[in-house]
Design a protein around this ligand. Structure first.
Ligand code: HEM
Length: 456
């Protein structure tokens, strides 16, 4: 059977619209063509699915039928060829086995105090009566947290340089306009330090120098009992007993830093937006937070209403609009269609999360829906699924809950401008706009703890 309905040989305008307003484009195509729809070019087709049955079949099929790394080539200039996100097959599985444990289980609890201390430190820059840009502060928190997890430290000159350069690099491809650099290879031309691609390349080179310097130093002073990600990667050996090369290490470090902070920062900024936009949500949350035990920094991770607020935040505006494209290696049947090799099959997270049969009144922020029923991993998938499911899922949710609890217990915030805010493209994700501001209405200062004092 032929492809599902949808635009054929789409013109440049659709690509530009997709870059500028991805959610609107998905909604329009869904309304016009229904589920699934296919965008077919001269070389290959991309098919978007937004019903749980099809997504279940796709995500439970033998993963050997698909390549995913191939579909993520847009990220190659940032992450490099050896990134987990760009790998497939055996190498992908091996790197995943290595990188998953530090983001799970008991290890999470060891990050609890650091996450709370970092949040306290960043919040201490806010002044009562003044406004702040929410996303940039959330980004400072999540970047400090992931740097700590990856390198095991959160201070020092190299750390500060990395923090600034990484933020600048992501800003250089963050806006809808500059993110076109990733989508159109023809724009990737170095026309000097002031040209967009020239600036990107120079920032990347500076970051690489810092990463290679850190790798070199850590190789020389190797500590086999280190629990940070770089220590684990340095200790890893392949089936021939060979360690990872410097380039492989660089790409994997960059992957964790890149995938592990902007996503969480955007989710945190959205959560604060909804909490401050909806007084009834805020009141319920504050009531729940009152029960927290101060002696356990990780206690917030167990609060049910806070968990529901985080789930609803990631439902209504998922940070990743779609999961990775599954690029077919062999013919595959789904929903009565026979898809040919090369076809990209995409679980569309945004459209799935907007289905009124699963989420009645989908445009309303209602955390209660997550307390009233459980959703299957094919009905709700902010972190994707199958062998590519986000390895940072547990970590991101843990971080979100602790950061929100720390902020809300100490601050009364208000949206500086109460108008409705819509997501904008941020690189390959959708995020709240950088201009979204909040005002600190009142603040309860905390006594600095020993480790908060260390974070400069
Ligand atoms: C709210 C925060 C986050 C969201 C919404 C998110 C979402 C996603 C999604 C949708 C995918 C694709 C999964 C698929 O196609 O099935 C993914 C993959 C990935 N995420 Fe996250 N993520 C978040 C935080 C993190 C964090 C904190 C890390 C830190 C390690 C991380 C690392 C990764 C990696 C390495 C992959 C690629 C996995 C693979 O290819 O096997 N993410 N994420």
């Amino acid at each position: 059977m032929s492809l599902p309905n949808g635009p054929r040989n789409p013109n440049f305008v659709l690509t530009l619209q997709w870059i500028a307003k991805p959610l609107e484009v998905l909604e329009e195509l869904d309304q016009k063509y229904g589920d699934p729809f296919a965008i077919a070019g001269s070389n290959f087709a991309t098919v978007f699915f937004s019903n749980p049955q099809a997504i279940q079949e796709l995500l439970t099929a033998n993963p050997d039928l698909f390549d995913c790394g191939l579909g993520n080539k847009t990220l190659q200039p940032i992450l490099g060829d050896h990134s987990l996100i760009l790998l497939d097959n055996e190498r992908h599985q091996r790197q995943r086995r290595l990188l998953t444990p530090p983001f799970h289980g008991e290890r999470l609890r060891t990050y609890g105090k650091t996450i709370c201390d970092i949040t306290e430190h960043v919040m201490s820059q806010w002044t009562v009566g003044e406004s702040f840009f929410v996303r940039s502060y959330m980004q400072e928190i999540s970047l400090r947290v992931i740097l700590h997890t990856v390198f095991g430290l959160h201070e020092g000159q190299r750390f500060e340089q990395l923090r600034h350069l990484l933020s600048s690099l992501l800003d250089s491809i963050g806006s809808p306009l500059s993110s076109s650099l990733l989508y159109f290879q023809k724009l990737q031309r170095d026309l000097g330090p002031w040209s967009p691609w020239g600036r990107f390349l120079r920032l990347r080179q500076q970051i690489d120098q810092l990463l290679y310097a850190e790798i070199q130093q850590r190789r020389e002073q190797f500590n086999s009992s280190g629990t940070d990600i770089l220590s684990l990667l340095l200790a890893a050996r392949d089936e021939l007993g060979q360690p990872m090369t410097d380039v492989e290490l660089r790409d994997e470090l960059m992957t964790m830093l890149f995938a592990g902070h902007e996503t969480t920062a955007s989710a945190l900024a959205w959560a604060l937006y909804w909490i401050e936009q909806l007084p009834e949500v805020r009141d319920k949350l504050l009531k729940e937070l009152k029960s927290l035990d101060d002696s356990d920094p990780s206690a917030a991770a167990k609060l049910p209403y806070l968990a529901a607020v985080c789930s609803e935040t990631l439902r209504i505006y998922p940070i990743a609009i779609t999961a990775f494209a599954r690029v077919l290696k062999s013919p595959f049947q789904l929903m009565g269609y026979q898809f040919e090799p090369g076809t990209q099959l995409v679980p569309c997270i945004y459209l799935l999360h907007q289905r009124p049969d699963l989420f009645p009144e989908p445009k309303r922020f209602k955390p209660e829906r997550f307390l009233e029923r459980q959703f299957s991993p094919y009905e709700y998938l902010p972190f994707g699924g199958s062998n590519r499911r986000c390895i940072g899922m547990a970590f991101a949710l843990f971080e979100m809950k602790l950061v929100l609890a720390t902020i809300l217990r100490r601050n009364q915030l208000a949206l500086t401008n109460r108008r409705q805010i819509k997501p904008v493209r941020r690189g390959v994700t959708a995020a709240p706009p950088s201009w979204m501001q909040m005002t600190v209405v009142s603040q309860q200062k905390s006594a600095p703890t020993s480790s908060a004092a260390l974070i400069r």
